[in-house]
Design a protein around this ligand. Structure first.
Ligand SMILES: [Zn+2]
Length: 143
C-alpha cells in the first residue's frame, strides 16, 4: 500500500515547462538579461538603449551636419572616411562644376542645385551609422 502511494507522487515526466516568454520583456542585446521592454539601460552590463538605436539624434549627428558645410567632412568625422574623401575631393568639385555650368546657362538659377546637394549631404550624414566606437566600448568586451 505504501508503495503505490510513492508511485503516485513520483512522476517520470518533468513538469517544469520552458520559461514563459513574456511579451513585455526583452533580452539585453549584450548579455541577454531579461529587461523591461522599455528599459533604457541594462541592470547587469553597460548596454544602453542609445548605444543600439541609431535613430535617436546624438551630439555627433549634429556635429557631423555642422561639418557638412564642407561636404564630406561630416562623413569623415563619423568614421566614413572613404565616403567622406570621395565627397570632398570628387563629388563636391563635380557638383560645383555642374552648378556653375548650369548657373551660366540659366543666369544663376543653377546655383539652386547646390542647395539641394548640400541638404542631401547633411541629411545623409545625419542618418548614417556612427562608425567611431564610443570610448567605453572596450569595458564590456572582456571574454
Ligand atoms: Zn546587459
Amino acid at each position: 500500500m505504501t508503495l503505490s502511494l510513492l508511485n503516485v507522487e513520483y512522476t517520470d515526466a518533468p513538469s517544469t515547462q520552458p520559461h514563459p516568454v513574456s511579451t513585455d520583456m526583452m533580452p539585453c542585446p549584450y548579455c541577454g538579461t531579461l529587461l523591461p521592454k522599455d528599459a533604457e539601460r541594462c541592470t547587469r552590463c553597460d548596454w544602453t538603449r542609445r548605444a543600439t538605436e541609431t535613430a535617436e539624434p546624438r551630439a555627433s549627428d549634429a556635429m557631423a551636419v555642422l561639418l557638412s558645410v564642407v561636404p564630406g567632412l561630416g562623413h569623415i568625422y563619423k568614421g566614413h572616411k572613404v565616403v567622406g574623401a570621395l565627397l570632398l575631393f570628387l563629388v563636391t568639385p563635380i557638383a560645383f562644376a555642374f552648378a556653375l555650368l548650369a548657373a551660366f546657362a540659366s543666369a544663376g538659377f543653377g546655383l539652386g542645385i547646390l542647395v539641394f546637394y548640400w541638404l542631401g549631404i547633411m541629411i545623409h550624414v545625419w542618418g548614417i551609422e556612427d562608425r567611431v566606437p564610443p570610448a567605453s566600448v572596450d569595458q564590456g568586451e572582456q571574454y
